[in-house]
Design a protein around this ligand. Structure first.
Ligand SMILES: [Zn+2]
Length: 71
């Protein structure tokens, strides 16, 4: 009569949203839902790049002209 109470052996798999690698779901994985720090950072960089592109679309020529007058 031995009851085994320990770690659950159920393995949950998930797919990394960045590189589609199958990874084992772990509660203590700091990069969730990504497979690694690299994938997490690459996603983050993609976000900031998108932001910069939007800012680039602002009409800078108008600001430039104004700045020139003050000079
Ligand atoms: Zn990945």
């Amino acid at each position: 009569m031995s009851e085994q109470q320990g770690k659950p052996s159920k393995i949950i798999w998930q797919t990394c949203p960045n590189c589609q690698t199958k990874i084992q779901y772990r509660k203590d994985n700091p990069f969730r839902p990504f497979c690694s720090e690299r994938c997490k950072n690459s996603d983050f960089l993609g976000w900031t790049e998108e932001k910069h592109r939007i800012e680039d679309k602002l009409p800078f020529s108008e600001l430039d002209a104004d700045f020139d007058e003050h000079h």
